[in-house]
Structure formats: structure tokens, C-alpha cells
Ligand binder design. Structure first.
Ligand code: NAP
Length: 490
């Protein structure tokens, strides 16, 4: 039953599961969507969460050293500043607490259902509603679906031969096993990217030896982290304008100084790259490993070694392709996430019974990162081509949720809204042509570039551009029809 009357936040009937808006995920995206729905007076909504707690990424990633590499005052909602951030780069626990605080403060608790995993979304063209199917077979109907489940969920562990024979502890960074005591252990870390670089120093502090298996070096710049002083926190709290100004300063610094680096053949990029290399050479004492770290990678701990490629894993450790057996007690897989597998984890069936997987069989194309032609009243937060490496993802989420709210309000209870295929195609032509001018197409390999070179994760412009394009929906790009006249596809 989709109700026509507004419900009070604290009187949600747990027996009534059908909902006006169904939100997937209770990380920054889902929580922002919930807050903005309430702000728009839409109170009949549910937020479903497959985990048992709040935080999304910040619930999953509890590995030692898990920190955000975006400054805290920008890594939060603009409408909910936190004058009490303890330091420039916030740790996992503090971010999780911030999200929990937002859930409580904005009255979302009653809307959230934990531990309920959605496996299928099917659009019912006659009823004009989404049928939502859960892992346990339960179903719910919803008029609008906002998918705020992010993309980096399913741990990717390479299929090293013999992996299952290893006698010691093995864990992925996003599935940290806190029951394993790493003190005094010989530890292998596979991977040398964003997660690895945070966990390695922590393991180096407590492990007997730490072996890093690095395939590709990375640029590693100094973090320059520090605690905020008591006086700074008081100022942020008593003079909110200054906190706002500080946030704006961080945002603009990233937009103006960092963003140009993403352009192909950027002189600033070359200059900063060289400076980082110099910094890395200056900070790594062991000159013998400078070459293998070039162009990247800060070390600084004598217990960290660089080894060869992994040939296999055996009961005692890792055998490299040079025949060396590195005996270890624990293997940490800092090997990233499987985006494709995550996409497949929820089957989405839109108009004419066409699945999202079929629709995206060749290219993952969306309009403004949020809407997909053929999938009415279905919205993505942090969808394809919304990644801006030089700003805060929370900033991007806010812009996207603002965009989606306009669509939900416009559709109201009676209408279906669906982006026109032509508008989506035009949007993608612009995005992919602009991406050709970025550094990401210069031949490097990473999880955000497909084998064929197409980039379906990143956005080619800066945060201000995304804010501008998300501010006002161009409704001419949408089909808006009454939900029972069967005209959505036109
Ligand atoms: P990632 O960027 O995908 O890196 C995976 C690492 O594992 C790379 O070093 C990769 O080497 C290595 N690897 C993968 N398969 C391998 C194999 N078969 N043999 C040897 N090495 C292998 O994963 P991540 O570090 O978990 O980061 C994922 C994303 O999470 C980041 O891009 C970022 O968006 C996010 N993140 C953010 C923060 C933050 O502070 N904001 C922190 C952590 C993560 P190659 O480079 O050679 O492929």
C-alpha cells in the first residue's frame, strides 16, 4: 500500500512495508537522501541496509589505519558542519560516529531497516511501482527507488593458486578480522594503493616483519595531518561563518590547485609529480629500492620490504616468481573491490523487462550520474561518471541528492519520470569526449578504467561544474507521464 497521507517520522508502522520512496544503503548517500526527503515533506520512506550498522564504507572498512584522505571539514555535509573534528584527516571511527549523529539528529532511525539485503528490483509497468525483492524472499513495493549503495563493496581477492591452502590468517582490508592479533607476526600485504598505504604503517608498528607485494608503484604525497587545537574547535563552534569559510577554502584549494592535474599533459601535473618523486626519494632511506618505488610510494620503515610478483600462495606463505618463499603468519589483501560483481548483486529489471545488466552490456551510461533511460523513478547516487578525485565525495553526493529530489518532487505520487534516451546519449557524448582530455586516458591502468580504455567511473570536470549542472533539472530531457497510461517509453 502506497499511502497518500503524510506520516510522522516516529509513527512508522513496522507492519506496513510498502513505501513511497525506498532508499538502498545507509552510508553518506542514503543518509543524505533520507534527510532531504524529510526536508521536502516526504515522510513515507524506508532506508534498507544490508549490513547491521550505519556508515556504509565506514562501517565496512575497519582495518587499522583506516582514514579518509579528504580533509574532515569537507568530508561532511555542508548543512551539518562538525566543529569538533579532531584532526585534518578523520579516522574511520570518527566518520562513522558523524554519520550516526546525522541519523539521530535528523530523525532517520525509524526509517532504517538493517540486515535486509535487496537482491532484485522489478518495475511493474501496470502498477507503475517497483517490486523490491529481498534475499529472504520478502517483497516491498515502492514508487521511487534511490540506490545509494556505492560501488566499492565486494572485496576483490585475486585468485592466487593455492590461496586456500595458507595455514595462517588471511583477510581483505574491507573485512578486517579483529580477532587476529598481528603483534609480533610476519605479515604480507598484497597491494600498494589507497587502502594498503594506510594499513602498512600500522602493521609495521606491531608486526615482526612486513612484506609489501607491490605490482604498480603509486604517487605518494605527504599528508600533513595534525590535530585541531582546542582553540580552533571553539572558533569553529562559536563562529560558524569561519568554519564555513574554512570549508570553502579547502574546497577551492582542491578545485584550483589539484583539479588541473587531471588534465592531460598538465604542466602543473608534471611539476607536482616531480616534486612528489623528490619527496619520496628524500623520505625513503634505502636507496636500493628507490627505482622499484618510482614514481611513487612512501616507506620510511626498515621492516618493510619489496618483493617480486606472486606466483602462488602455499600453506606457509607466498612463493614469488623468482622462487623465493616468503614465510608469513598473516596475509592482508589490500587488493581493492570488484565493481562488476557489486553491480550484479542486485538485479534491476526496468521497462519492457529489460535488465540493467543488458542495458549496460556495452557501456554503463547514465544521465547526470543519476538516471537511466528505461528505468523510471529509479535513481543512482554516485552512479557512473560521477567520480571527481579532487573533491569530497560527500560534496558530490549532496549535489546528486539535490538533483534527484527535484525529480521525485516533480513526479509526485501520480507520475513516472524517465530520462529520454536521446538526452542520455547527448550527455554521454559530452562526458566521454571531455574524458579524452584527461590524464586518465594516458595509458595507466586502474579499477576505474575498463580493459577497452573506456572510463565509466570518473567525471571529467570539477566539483563546481557538477554543482552547476545538478542545480536545476532540465525537465525537457525527461518523459513525465501519469503512472497508469503506459506512455513512459515514449
Ligand atoms: P585499489 O585502488 O583497487 O588497489 C588495489 C591494489 O591491489 C593495487 O595496488 C593493485 O595493484 C593491487 N593488486 C590487485 N590485484 C593484484 C594482483 N593480482 N597481484 C598483485 N597486486 C594486486 O584498492 P584500494 O586500495 O582498496 O582502494 C580502492 C578505492 O577505495 C580507492 O581508489 C579509493 O577510492 C577508496 N579508498 C579511499 C580511501 C580514502 O582515504 N578516502 C582509503 C582507502 C580506499 P595494481 O595497481 O598493479 O593494480
Amino acid at each position: 500500500m502506497i499511502t497518500n497521507t503524510k506520516r510522522k517520522v516516529d509513527t512508522i508502522d513496522p507492519e506496513v512495508k510498502d513505501t513511497d520512496v525506498l532508499v538502498i544503503g545507509v552510508g553518506f548517500s542514503g543518509v543524505c537522501a533520507g534527510i532531504k526527503l524529510l526536508e521536502k515533506g516526504i515522510t513515507n520512506f524506508r532506508i534498507y541496509n544490508k549490513s547491521k550498522g550505519i556508515g556504509g564504507t565506514w562501517w565496512d572498512n575497519t582495518y587499522p589505519g583506516a582514514v579518509c584522505d579528504v580533509p574532515s571539514h569537507l568530508y561532511c555535509y555542508s548543512f551539518e558542519p562538525n566543529p569538533n573534528w579532531s584532526r585534518i584527516y578523520p579516522a574511520q571511527g570518527e566518520i562513522k560516529t558523524y554519520i550516526e549523529h546525522c541519523v539521530t539528529k535528523y530523525g532517520l532511525t525509524a526509517h532504517i531497516r538493517h540486515g535486509e539485503k535487496i537482491v532484485k528490483l522489478m518495475f511493474d509497468e501496470i502498477a507503475g511501482l517497483w517490486n523490491v525483492i529481498f534475499e529472504d524472499g520478502n517483497t516491498v513495493k515502492a514508487r521511487d527507488v534511490i540506490n545509494g549503495s556505492g560501488g566499492l563493496h565486494v572485496p576483490s581477492i585475486p585468485d592466487f593458486p593455492g590461496r586456500e591452502t595458507f595455514k595462517g590468517a588471511g583477510m581483505h582490508t574491507a573485512r578486517w578480522d579483529h580477532s587476529v592479533d598481528m603483534h609480533g607476526k610476519r605479515i604480507a600485504v598484497i597491494g600498494a594503493a589507497a587502502s594498503a598505504i594506510q594499513v602498512i604503517p600500522e602493521m609495521a608498528k606491531i608486526g615482526k616483519e612486513v612484506f609489501v607485494f607491490q605490482r604498480t608503484p603509486n604517487y605518494v604525497a605527504p599528508r600533513k595531518d595534525r590535530e585541531y587545537t582546542a582553540m580552533e574547535k571553539i572558533i569553529f563552534s562559536k563562529v560558524p561563518f569561519l568554519a564555513k569559510l574554512y570549508r570553502w577554502f579547502i574546497f577551492m584549494r582542491m578545485e584550483l590547485l589539484l583539479f588541473p592535474v587531471t588534465k592531460k599533459n598538465s604542466p602543473r601535473g608534471n611539476k607536482i609529480g616531480n616534486l612528489i618523486k623528490q619527496y619520496m626519494r628524500a623520505t625513503v632511506n634505502d636507496k636500493n629500492i628507490h627505482a622499484s618505488l618510482e614514481p611513487d610510494y612512501k616507506l620510511g620503515c626498515k621492516r618493510i620490504l619489496i618483493s617480486d610478483e606472486i606466483q602462488e600462495i602455499n600453506p606457509n606463505g607466498i612463493l614469488t616468481n623468482t622462487g623465493q618463499l616468503i614465510e608469513v603468519d598473516a596475509i592482508i589483501y589490500a587488493t581493492g573491490f570488484d565493481i562488476e560483481k557489486h553491480l550484479r548483486s542486485v538485479e534491476v529489471i526496468g521497462l519492457n523487462k529489460k535488465s540493467l545488466l543488458e542495458t549496460w552490456a556495452v557501456n554503463q551510461e547514465v544521465y547526470q550520474g543519476a538516471c537511466i533511460a528505461g528505468f523510471p523513478n529509479f535513481y543512482l547516487v554516485t552512479g557512473p561518471n560521477t567520480g571527481v578525485a579532487t573533491t569530497s565525495v560527500v560534496f558530490m553526493i549532496e549535489q546528486q541528492v539535490h538533483f534527484i529530489m527535484q525529480l521525485i518532487k516533480r513526479a509526485g505520487r501520480e507520475k513516472l519520470i524517465s530520462v529520454k534516451q536521446g538526452a542520455q546519449d547527448r550527455y554521454n557524448d559530452v562526458i566521454h569526449s571531455a574524458l579524452k582530455d584527461t590524464v586518465w586516458t594516458s595509458g595507466s591502468k586502474s579499477w576505474y578504467i575498463r580493459e577497452d580504455g573506456r572510463i565509466s567511473t570518473l567525471y571529467p570536470y570539477n566539483g563546481r561544474m557538477f554543482r552547476k549542472q545538478s542545480k536545476n533539472v532540465n525537465f525537457n530531457d525527461f518523459n513525465i507521464v501519469h503512472n497508469n497510461d503506459g506512455q513512459v517509453t515514449k
